[in-house]
Design a protein around this ligand. Structure first.
Ligand code: IMP
Ligand code: MG
Length: 178
């Protein structure tokens, strides 16, 4: 795989599609055991999680509902530390088992915000699933129930993740080099 240039930055291959698929399958296997009779409501955090979520949901073999919220916290290659809600939830979470689906947990600010909102709206159980997790950047203390892979704090793109809007369509994950 070759280097990729997006805007002013260069990225190198980091996680191949095959490994991503394995990580998604492992999460799905656990969910198929643990959430089989819960009729979970999967809430997909747009935009970044759309690719992960579409793979994950198709591997879930039991009754479920799927809904979406659109949040934004990153500007360029850095967290802005404030979460903007661009599209809200149009579905009741009262008495539901909610599974928040994220592409990546970095500082944890976005998810922390979502967890509090879901509990405030009456969800009985709020679970968190993320394809990728940057433990060195995490500043919150909630439990992440399902993690595909831990990664270092480098900025990445591909498989749904973007750099200023570009790179989401790359089928594997690339890491910034300069
Ligand atoms: P957090 O609130 O700091 O945990 O950031 C979470 C959000 O920031 C994720 O949902 C992503 O949309 C975005 N993000 C975090 N790290 C990266 C990255 O390396 N590349 C692209 N987007 C990222
Ligand atoms: Mg995201």
């Amino acid at each position: 795989m070759a280097l990729v240039k997006i805007h002013d930055k260069t990225f190198e291959p980091f996680i191949p599609a095959e490994k991503l698929n394995e990580a998604v399958q492992e999460i799905a296997d656990r969910m198929n055991e643990e959430l089989a009779n819960k009729n979970p409501l999967f809430i997909i955090v747009l935009n970044g999680a759309f690719i992960f979520a579409s793979d994950l949901i198709r591997k879930f073999e039991h009754d479920c509902d799927v809904s979406f919220v659109k949040l934004s916290s990153y500007q360029g290659t850095k967290s802005s530390h404030t979460v903007r809600e661009l599209i809200g939830l149009d579905e009741s979470v009262t008495d539901r088992t909610v599974v928040l689906v994220e592409d990546i947990i970095d500082t944890g600010i976005t998810m922390d915000n979502m967890i509090h909102q879901m509990k405030g709206m009456g969800a009985v159980d709020v679970k968190v699933a993320t394809l990728l997790y940057k433990p060195e950047a995490f500043i919150k203390d909630f439990t992440i129930d399902y993690v595909g892979m831990d990664i270092p704090s480098d900025f990445i793109v591909g498989f749904g993740l973007d750099y200023d809007g570009k790179g989401r369509n790359l089928p594997e994950i690339y890491k910034i080099i300069d």
